[in-house]
Design a binder for this molecule. Sequence first.
Ligand code: NA7
Length: 533
Amino acid sequence: MTPQARYDAVVVGAGFAGLYMLHRLRGLGLSVRVFETGDGVGGTWYWNRYPGARCDVESMQYSYSFSPELEQEWEWTERYPSQPEILRYLEHVADRFDLRRDIRFGTRVTRAAYDETEHVWRVETDRGDRVAARHLVTAVGCLSAARVPDFPGAASFRGPSHHTGRWPHEGVDLTGLRVAVIGTGSSGIQSIPIIAEQAAHVTVFQRTPNYSVPAWNRPLEPEYQSWVKANYPGLRRAMRESHTGLLDPGNPGSALEAGDEERAREFEARWAKGGVTFLGAYGDIGISSEANEHAAEFVRAKIREIVADPEVAEKLSPRNHPLGTKRICVDTGYYATFNRPDVTLVDVREDPIVEITPTGVRTAAAEHPADVIVYATGYDAMTGPLLAIDITGKGGLSLRRKWEAGPRTYLGLMTAGFPNLFTVTGPGSPSVLSNMIVSIEQHVEWIADCVARLRAGGVAAIDADPLAEDAWMAHVNEIAGQTLFVRADSWYLGANIPGKPRVFMPYVGGVGVYREKCDQVAAAGYEGFVLSS
Ligand code: NA7
C-alpha cells in the first residue's frame, strides 16, 4: 500500500469557489490539495463553451472583490461577460495568485470517507490518488452535472451530439448543417440565435417556454467602468447586503397597487434596461400570482410583438409557470430568431419526442432530419455534483443515503454526520438565487475563518447539530413555501430529473439576511454546530 499524502485541506473543484478557497486556506498557512476534473481552471466557465455562452450578471458585478488590486487592474470589455472572457479572467487569477501549483487537473474525486479515529477525510480519485486531510471542502458548482435525457435510439444517431455544458473545445462548425436543439433554458436561448446564423436549418424542441428578457449587451463604456472601480468598496458592500447580490435593489412596491399606466411604464423601463433585474420591477412579483401575472403578460405581449406568426408566438409564450419561478433567461435576439424561414419550433408537449433515429429526431407527428443534435437539456442541479462522489461520514453513513429524500444541511454549509466537510454554495444557501460570486466569497470567507478558529482552539472536528439542521431545513422550506417558486417544475426543485425528490433546494431569504445569520452563528461560538477536541 502506498503511504497516503497528508494535507490540512482538500478542495474539490477549481472554479470561482475552489480557486478562492485555495487562496484563503493557503493564506492561513495550510497545506492544500485541489482536485479538478477539467484540464484547466474555470469550472462552469471551463466547460460551457457553447455558441453564445455568456453570464447573465453584469461584468462589473461578476468578479471577485477580495483583492482591490485585481479589481482595479482587470478590464472587462462588455456589459455581460462572454465565456471566453470569464475564463481568461480566472486564468489570470490563477496565475496572479500562483494557484496552479496546488491543483491537480484532469482528476476526479471519486470517494471521500471520514475517519473518526483520526478526524480526517480519506479522499480517493480516478487517477489513483489516496490522500488524507483534516478538512474537505466541496467547490463543485451547482450546475456542473450535465444531463442528457434518456431518449430511445440516442446511440444510433449517426452525426455528432453535444451537450451545451460539454461543448468541444475546438468549437463545432455548424455551417450549412441541419441542427436539432433540444431544450429552451438559458443555454438553449443563448445558443439558438447564433446556431441559426450558421446552420442551414434549426429545429428547436421546446418542452417548456421560458420568459426571456433582452440583454442589450454592448461594449462596456470606459466611463462606467472607471466609475465602478472608483466606487467599488461601497458598491460591493451594497451587493453583499442586498437580496440577490446584485446592484439593482429592486422596487419594493406592489404591482397590485400601481395603476395600469404606471405598471406599463415600469415594465417598459425594465425591459429597455434589460437583464434579470426585470424581476425587481415590483416586490410582490415573486409572491403574488396576480402581481406576477401582470409581469408575465407584459413579456407575452412582447413575444407577440416580436414574433410574426401568431401561432409560433403563442407556442413561445409561457403559461404554465409564473415569471421567475424557473430561472429567467437573458437573450440576444431569441424570439426574433423564430421569424427566420430556416428555424422551426416543435412543442414537444403537443408532439412528444418518440426516439432519436440515425438521421434525426422523430416525434409522434413527424420525422425531423438533423446532422447534429445539441442537447441544451440542463443539469442535475445542486445535489448532482455532490452525490456523484461517494461520500461517507460518521458510522459509515453515506451522503446518498442521508439525502435520499432531498438534501439536508445546516446553513447550506455542512450536513450533520459529516464532520469537517464544508459545501460551498451548498443546498440550503442562497447560491443559484443570487450573484454566485457574492455567495461564493461569503462562504469561502466564513469557512476559512472557521478553520482558522478551530485550529487556533485545538478543535479537531466540527459537525452540524442535527437539531439545528432540522430547524434550518424547516425555515428554508417555510419561506420557499411563501413564494411562487414552488409552483413551477424547475431544477430548483429537482423537477427536471425523473425520480429526484421534490425539495426546494436554495435559500430564498436573500444574501444579506443569510450573511447576517451566518455571522451571528460564528460570533456565538458556532451555535448549532458541535465542536470536538
Ligand atoms: P435548464 O435551464 O435546466 O434548461 C434545460 C432545458 O431542457 C429546459 O428547457 C428543459 O425543459 C429541457 N429539457 C430537459 N429534458 C428534456 C426532455 N427530456 N425533453 C425535452 N426537453 C427537455 O438548463 P440550461 O443549461 O439551459 O441552464 C442552466 C442554468 O445555467 C440556467 O438556469 C442559468 O442559471 C445558467 P423543462 O423546462 O424541464 O420542461
